[in-house]
Design a protein around this ligand. Structure first.
Ligand code: ADP
Ligand code: MG
Length: 332
C-alpha cells in the first residue's frame, strides 16, 4: 500500500479554519471566516478609511526572513497609512498567494506574528483570500479604520507659512537595509541590529496620527523617502516645501554608520521605509505640538517650512538647495 508523504501544508480550508479563523474571533461581522464576505459597521458620523499594500518575496522581503516579521511588516505598513490619515485602525483583510516553499511551520509563525500585532494595535482580521502560486510568495493586506466624517488628514492642505514636522528619526530603515545588503561591517552588533529592526519592523504612529486630526494641515507617512514624500504634499497642496538639512533628525545608530555630513543627511532624507509621519501645521500650533509630543512620548522635529511656489528643496545652512539626484524609492 502506497503511503503518501504527509502534506507539507494544511489544505486551504483547514488552513483558514485553524490559523486564520482564531484571528477573526473578535469581530462578529467576520462570521468566523465561514461566509463569502464580512460586514463592517461604521458608527454614525464616521467614515471608513481604507488602504492596501502588497509585499512580494524578493522585492519587499526575502524567502528566509522570519515569517512573523514578514506578517508584522505587512500589517504595519498598512496601519502606518491609517495613522498618517488620523484614522483609528480596526480591521483588515489578508490576501495570500503561497509559494510552494511556504510550509506549515512558516504559516504558523506567520499567523502568530499577526496575532501579536493584532493585540498590540487592537485590530482584527475579517477575511481574505488564499491561493497557491508557482511564483514568489505575495501577500496583500487591506486595512480599515474609522474617522469622524470629513476629517481625514490629506496630502492636500499645506499652506504658505506653515511649518513642517517629522516624527522620530529618518534614515534608520534605509541604513538597516544597507546593513542587510552587506554594508556597515565595522559597526557593532548593537548598532547593526537596531538599524535592521527599524527596517524589518516599522512602528506605525497610530496615537500620534489620531491626535494630529484638527492640527496638521497636511500629512502622510514616510514610505518612499522623506523628500519624495514631502514632495507629494508640495505637489498636491500647490506649495513649495523647504527642509533644512541641519535639522533632520538622524538617530545615533544612523550617525554611527553614515556620519553627520551632507552625504549622510541626503541619504537619510531619500531612503524609504521609515514609516514616520511627516506633516505641516500652522506655526501658531508649535507649542501645542511640542506639548503633544511630550504627552505621547513621541519625538517630533520641526524640519522646515512651506512657502508659495512649488517643489521640494533640501537646503544647506546658507539656504542653498543641495543637489538631489533621486528623492526617494520608486518601483519602476
Ligand atoms: P470564496 O470562495 O467565496 O471567495 P473562500 O473559500 O476563498 O471564499 O474563503 C472562505 C472564507 O475564508 C472567507 O470568509 C474569506 O474571507 C476567508 N479567508 C480566505 N483566505 C483568508 C486569509 N488568507 N485570511 C483571512 N481570511 C481568509
Ligand atoms: Mg464565495
Amino acid at each position: 500500500m502506497a503511503s503518501d508523504a504527509p502534506p507539507k501544508r494544511l489544505g486551504e480550508f483547514a488552513l483558514i479554519a485553524k490559523l486564520f479563523a482564531p484571528l477573526a474571533a473578535k469581530e462578529k461581522g467576520a462570521f468566523n471566516l465561514t461566509d463569502d464576505a464580512a460586514t463592517l459597521s461604521v458608527p454614525a458620523g464616521h467614515e471608513l478609511v481604507v488602504t492596501t499594500d502588497t509585499l512580494i518575496e524578493g522585492v519587499h522581503f526575502l524567502h528566509d526572513d522570519p515569517p512573523d516579521l514578514i506578517a508584522k511588516k505587512a500589517l504595519r505598513v498598512n496601519l502606518s497609512d491609517l495613522a498618517a490619515k488620523g484614522a483609528k485602525a480596526q480591521t483588515y483583510l489578508l490576501a495570500l498567494s503561497l509559494a510552494s516553499w511556504a510550509d506549515n511551520d512558516w504559516l504558523n509563525r506567520f499567523s502568530s506574528g499577526l496575532a501579536d500585532d493584532q493585540n498590540r494595535f487592537g485590530v482584527t482580521l475579517i477575511g481574505g483570500d488564499t491561493t497557491a502560486t508557482p511564483g514568489p510568495l505575495t501577500l496583500s493586506i487591506t486595512a480599515f479604520g474609522i474617522i469622524e466624517a470629513g476629517r481625514m488628514l490629506r496630502r492636500l492642505g499645506a499652506r504658505p507659512r506653515d511649518i513642517v514636522f517629522v516624527s522620530g528619526t529618518v534614515g534608520d530603515a534605509g541604513a538597516g537595509l544597507a546593513v542587510l545588503k552587506g554594508e556597515g561591517t565595522g559597526l557593532s552588533d548593537f548598532v547593526r541590529s537596531a538599524l535592521v529592526s527599524r527596517y524589518q519592523l516599522p512602528e506605525p504612529r497610530l496615537s500620534l496620527g489620531r491626535r494630529l486630526v484638527g492640527l496638521a494641515s497636511a500629512a502622510l507617512d514616510v514610505s518612499d523617502g522623506l523628500l519624495a514624500d514631502l514632495g507629494h504634499i508640495a505637489e498636491v497642496s500647490g506649495v513649495k516645501i523647504t527642509v533644512d538639512a541641519a535639522r533632520l533628525p538622524l538617530s545615533p545608530a544612523t550617525r554611527a554608520f553614515w556620519g553627520t555630513g551632507t552625504e549622510a543627511i541626503v541619504r537619510a532624507a531619500t531612503s524609504g521605509d521609515d514609516y514616520e509621519i511627516a506633516f505641516t501645521a500652522p506655526a501658531s500650533l508649535r507649542a501645542k505640538l511640542e506639548a503633544l509630543a511630550g504627552e505621547l512620548g513621541v519625538e517630533l522635529h520641526e524640519i522646515g517650512r512651506v512657502d508659495a511656489g512649488k517643489g521640494i528643496v533640501l537646503a544647506d545652512a546658507s539656504g542653498k538647495p543641495l543637489p538631489i539626484t533621486r528623492p526617494g524609492f520608486t518601483h519602476f
